[in-house]
Design a protein around this ligand. Structure first.
Ligand code: NAD
Ligand code: TYD
Length: 351
């Protein structure tokens, strides 16, 4: 048995691959285009490990996907590959349509052709697991209940619209062709190997460098935060026990305002690596808000708990402490990421 993972050199995908091979010996074929967000260094500990095969390539390349399916005959495909940063989607939505919509379409069509040719028992056992986001549901008011799987889709950014489109394709391929799909819609992840253009790692690396900590607007936007290995265990639970055609929301029951996240990061750094210049919170700088900025996301994760017995293992307090410590322990990883395209991006976004 083998699984095919797409986007397994990115933040969540690399955590998933590492976690998967810690829990099982089932081989992973990892298809990733290595965009700015893909970093093979995340998988350095798997060098020489025969259970992991890395293939550099684009999910829009139908011939390549066909070849990988025919050669490795996976029993499941777990689809992480995406353009994932809302701010980048505002500057340049084209890549999001290409990878998130056309790429998912290509994978669905290639998978449908491969799956159609399987024997009956392998066809029934096969899964196409689509990894998606809570951002497809739009923005909540302060008193709204958290997003349930039954909420209407109301995506507001080019990123969330492209993910919503891909979710709809996945749903349709099940409804029309019977492809055994499952979709998970997860809240904001954080943890090791998170590219430092997203809120939490950006705040950690900027604080350590004595740079401003840019908080958009009034900093009162709320996200639900989930430690990345909890997302990985949720995906494993849905892959193993989820019902084809169903969607499962995954979240941490951790709603936090951005400014409180930033202050927590500062307080942990004050404790773990105090600065001679004074508390890190001195670096907090309010900047222009993100256009169309969603005010609040929150996840109702009761379905996955009720049906599959999944709950997050980390609290926000344990997860954020591990995360800050990981960045303190891995300055070389941060330095190498920063010396690449990352720097050009920061210039464009923050001048
Ligand atoms: P990421 O940007 O860190 O990684 C994306 C990976 O996909 C990279 O390795 C990149 O090289 C690869 N990739 C991009 N385009 C590709 C293409 N055309 N062909 C092949 N590979 C390609 O993203 P992430 O944060 O790890 O997110 C992974 C998935 O989880 C995405 O689908 C995202 O929508 C979803 N998600 C993310 C979060 C979050 O908080 N980060 C939350 C919920 C859902
Ligand atoms: P981000 O990590 O980009 O995730 P998403 O937009 O997908 O939720 O941002 C998380 C929140 O933090 C979001 O409300 C935007 C805000 N934010 C800032 O205030 N400053 C920043 O520099 C960044 C990158 C994000």
């Amino acid at each position: 048995m083998t699984i095919l993972v797409t986007g397994g050199a990115g933040f969540i995908g690399s955590n998933f691959v590492l976690d998967w091979l810690r829990q099982s010996d089932e081989p992973v074929i990892n298809l990733d285009a290595l965009t700015y967000a893909g970093n093979l260094e995340n998988l350095a500990s798997l060098q020489g490990d025969a259970r992991h095969t890395f293939v550099k390539g684009d999910i829009c390349d139908r011939a390549l996907v066909d070849r990988l399916l025919a050669e490795y005959r996976p029993r499941a495909l777990v689809h992480f590959a995406a353009e994932s940063h809302v701010d980048r989607s505002i500057h340049g939505p084209g890549a999001f349509m290409k990878t998130n919509v056309e790429g998912t379409f290509t994978l669905l069509e290639a998978t449908r052709a491969y799956w159609s040719g399987l024997a009956d028992d392998a066809r029934a056992a096969f899964r196409f697991h689509h990894v998606s986001t809570d951002e497809v549901y739009g923005s909540l008011k302060p008193t709204d209940p958290p997003f349930a799987e039954t909420n209407a889709y109301e995506p507001n950014s080019p990123y969330s619209a492209s993910k919503a489109a891909s979710d709809h394709l996945v749903r349709a391929w099940h409804h029309t062709y019977g492809l055994p799909v499952v979709t998970t819609n997860c809240s904001n992840n954080y943890g090791p190997y998170h590219f430092p253009e997203k809120l939490i790692p950006l705040m950690i690396v900027n604080a350590l460098a004595g740079k401003p900590l840019p908080v958009y607007g009034d900093g009162q936007q709320i996200r639900d935060w989930l430690y990345v290995t909890d997302h990985c265990s949720g995906i494993r639970a849905v892959l193993a026990g989820g019902t084809p055609g169903e969607t499962y929301n995954i979240g941490g029951w951790n709603e936090k305002a951005n400014i409180d996240i930033v202050k927590t990061v500062c307080a942990l750094l004050d404790e773990l690596k105090p600065s001679a210049e004074g508390p890190y919170a001195r670096l907090i700088t309010y900047v222009k808000d993100r256009p169309g900025h969603d005010r609040r996301y929150a996840i109702d994760a009761r379905k996955i708990e009720r049906e599959l017995g999944w709950r997050p293992a980390e609290t926000f307090e344990t997860g954020i402490r591990k995360t800050v410590q990981w960045y303190l322990d891995h300055p070389d990883w941060v330095a190498r990421v920063q010396s690449g395209a990352y720097r050009e991006w920061l210039d464009k976004q923050y001048g």
